[in-house]
Design a protein around this ligand. Structure first.
Ligand code: GUN
Ligand code: ZN
Length: 437
């Protein structure tokens, strides 16, 4: 039995901890580094000086001249069925849902349609260097079967779930508390922990579920404790007011979920912009994460997330693109807008903090740091090779960077899919810009 082994020599950067907690000790950088992959996992990482002489002759060595290798990006909140409606003009959250989102999602009862869109969506993720995502399907179980088939064919680590929604949406997009439970269960049995796939119980958000449906979602989490919970939370002020009217006995928005056992270590809440102190404390205590989706928040005019405040409460915050309300699949575009959102509030977002959130921080939010998000020995080899001279402007600007922090910040401001030369998943090249354009 042959061992498949490759080594990649370039600039290498990855995180071992959160820069918000340990500062510069959070990251490892090798100006001339080697990443050694064996059988789809990280065998070793270090400087070329340390590692090159240890490489057996049968390991093929790939040498890049002006490239930076990072762990693959992790998008902790995105809707694959909304790919075709990215950039739908000019609405606030609730009217945008009714006018654009629901009509598009109704098409996903057809699994062939779902596979076509899922295939396009996954190729787009890979072109942008995203190797893992937490993904919304639609209410149709077929939409999630379609997505998982396409992800499985590509050997990707992906998490997804069927929307649960039993009120305040068009009839053809509603399940019931009982069918939502049964259909989710079927998908869990077919897909959860199969290859690199995992399931997320996915009530859309509190306004589109009855309390009974949320209770059934909680039942699934009790029955399968390693499932994820994926939903939206406190994205717009109008939505928060609606939740208050719909659930008058709940103390606040998060409490609607909390009461049904939906807030835990594997819970990811998209947005979390308009939260009170008590909600922040509860999120922190339970180890749940907020997926910050800056391009979406600006596009829908939902509000400005205060990252410093969430960090002070100890809340885990990762990044999401939230396509189709989000306006880009690129985590670079997402980091750029995240920075500007903090700037507008008199704060800032350090470049290394942003990159942490897009890599290891995403893995921590998904409770997967022992598998992805860094170059820890034994982790799955999901990584990206970035061309630091991909555009004339970038090549010119990079000459004037003195430190790796400066390079990372310039990437956050200027980079997009053009910079992603190759994307690797479990050691296999799944995107090569030179070849596929
Ligand atoms: N809240 C409930 N559903 C959605 C959705 O599809 N997108 C966004 N951005 N927010 C939501
Ligand atoms: Zn969303």
């Amino acid at each position: 039995m042959g061992v498949s082994a490759q080594a990649y020599r370039a600039q290498l950067l990855y995180f071992v901890d959160d820069p918000a907690k340990v500062g510069d000790a959070a990251w490892q950088y090798f100006e001339d580094g080697v990443l050694w992959i064996e059988n789809g996992c990280i065998k070793a990482v270090g400087s070329a000086e340390q590692l090159l002489h240890r490489l057996p002759s049968w390991v093929s060595l790939h040498h890049y001249s002006h490239h930076l290798i990072l762990p693959g990006f992790i998008d902790t909140h995105v809707h694959y069925p909304q790919t075709e409606m990215i950039g739908a003009f000019g609405e606030k959250l609730l009217s945008w849902l009714n006018n654009y989102t629901f009509p598009v999602e109704a098409r996903f009862s057809d699994s062939r349609y779902g596979r076509k869109v899922a295939a396009f969506f996954l190729e787009e993720l890979l072109r942008n260097g995203t190797t893992t995502a937490l993904v919304f399907g639609t209410v149709h179980p077929a939409s999630v079967d379609a997505f998982f088939h396409e992800a499985q064919d590509r050997g990707l680590r992906m998490i997804a779930g069927k929307v649960m929604m039993d009120r305040n949406a068009p009839d053809e997009l509603c399940d019931s508390a009982e069918t939502g439970y049964q259909e989710s269960l079927g998908l869990i049995e077919r897909w959860h922990n199969v290859d690199r796939l995992q399931y997320a119980v996915t009530p859309r958000f509190a306004p589109t579920s009855t309390r009974h449906q949320l209770e059934k979602a909680g039942q699934l989490l009790k029955e399968y404790p390693d499932l994820y919970l994926h939903t939206h939370l406190a994205e717009s002020e109008e939505e928060v007011a609606w939740v208050k009217a719909l659930f008058p006995s709940s103390q606040n928005y998060l409490d609607v979920y909390y009461r049904e056992g939906l807030v835990g270590k594997r819970s990811i809440f998209a947005h979390g912009i308009h939260l009170c102190d008590e909600e922040c404390n509860k999120l922190a205590q339970s180890g749940a994460a907020v997926a910050h989706c800056p391009t979406s928040n600006l596009f829908l005019g939902s509000g400005l997330l205060n990252l410093k405040r969430l960090h002070e409460f100890g809340v885990t915050v990762s990044l999401g693109t939230d396509v189709g309300a989000g306006t880009s699949f690129s985590l670079f575009r997402t980091m750029d807008e995240a920075y500007k959102i903090q700037q507008l509030q008199g704060g800032t977002l350090e470049p290394m903090q942003a990159l942490y959130m897009a890599t290891l921080g995403g893995a921590v939010a998904l409770d997967l740091a022992d598998r992805i998000g860094s170059f820890r020995v034994g982790n799955e080899a999901d990584f990206v090779v970035l061309d630091l001279e991909a555009t004339p402007l970038l090549a010119f600007r990079m000459q004037h960077c003195r430190t790796i922090q400066e390079k990372v910040f310039v990437l956050n401001v200027l980079a997009d899919d053009r910079v992603v030369e190759q994307t690797f998943s479990a050691g296999r090249c799944v995107h090569f810009r030179g070849k596929v354009g």
